[in-house]
Ligand binder design. Structure first.
Ligand code: NDP
Ligand code: 8X3
Length: 252
């Protein structure tokens, strides 16, 4: 039976690939992001190619009122969300802590931590009411290991790791699965955003080894939703074969 999947940050990278993967399975999608034109393009493409229903919602996950409005005003036929993928997130800047740009810190914490919390806060009651659901949080290897100048981004992803565990504990009695998928280096718009549009620097991150593609991560996210109701995957770390830890790469 087709499911309803809500994916935040579906305008690029993992979110777009995850939306496409579930559409291929025939599922209906609620896709979100701030770039309305990209949401429109993706909606049209998925509807045409996979004949699925797509609702696109343009809002900023950092703004509590926007998140609350988006979820509380969902049409009735879209309220039965089976899977929430908290994917929207970013790194901004890469400085030693003593030279950190406070505005960059706020963007990361507000998006990666508070945005994920707002989404969970407003969507999880709908799942509790139905006594079913699956929340998938996109963490990172940066939420498992701290690396030089990763300070606040790593902190935000360690928070995702902890919040995922806490969410699972609180929702266990409501029959809701909670999973973290924590990828290593993946070639998306991530580094372009982190380095504020410096494409040369962003491309340099992926030189000399084969990074993950967004589709690889989407396949893992899809897989964790395919298991029987009594089986729950708590945590998956998915890395490029050439990456052994946050900072150890085999580059040629
Ligand atoms: P992208 O930059 O390609 O995608 C990020 C997505 O998040 C975009 O769709 C963007 O949409 C959305 N987004 C960012 N800020 C907001 C906001 N305030 N409100 C709503 N949506 C927002 O990067 P990735 O696909 O790589 O990143 C997805 C997730 O994966 C992030 O949480 C990231 O931290 C994590 N991650 C990435 C890794 C990598 O190496 N690429 C590895 C491990 C984890 P829009 O701009 O339209 O708002
Ligand atoms: C993104 C991966 O290792 O660049 O979360 O922080 S990393």
């Amino acid at each position: 039976m087709n499911k309803t999947i809500l994916i935040t940050g579906a305008t690029s990278g993992f979110g777009k690939a995850i939306a496409t993967r579930f559409a291929k399975d025939g599922d209906d999608l609620i896709i979100t992001g701030r770039r309305e034109e990209l949401l429109m393009e993706l909606s049209a493409e998925l509807r045409k190619k996979y004949k699925v229903e797509v609702l696109s919602l343009c809002f900023d996950v950092r703004v509590k009122e926007e998140v609350e409005f988006a979820i509380s005003s969902l049409p009735d036929e879209w309220k039965d969300i089976d899977i929430l993928v908290n994917n929207a997130g970013l790194a901004v800047g890469m400085n030693p802590i003593q030279e950190g740009v406070i505005d960059d810190w706020e963007k990361m914490i507000d998006t990666n931590v508070k945005g994920l919390l707002y989404m969970t806060r407003f969507v999880s009651p709908l799942m509790v009411e139905r006594k079913k659901g699956h929340i998938i949080n996109i963490g990172s290897i940066a939420g498992k290991e701290v690396y030089p100048m990763g300070n606040v981004y790593c902190g935000s992803k360690f928070a995702v790791d902890a919040i995922t565990k806490g969410t699972r504990i609180d929702l266990v009695t409501h029959n809701i699965k909670v999973t973290q998928v924590a990828p290593g280096a993946a070639d998306t718009e991530f580094s372009l955003v982190r380095f504020k549009g410096d494409k040369k620097r962003a491309d340099g991150v992926y030189k000399g080894f084969k990074p993950l593609l967004a589709e690889d991560v989407a396949e893992v996210v899809f897989y964790v939703t395919t298991l029987p109701p009594h089986v729950s995957i708590h945590d998956v770390v998915v890395m490029p074969t050439a990456q052994a830890s946050a900072v150890n790469f085999y580059k040629v």
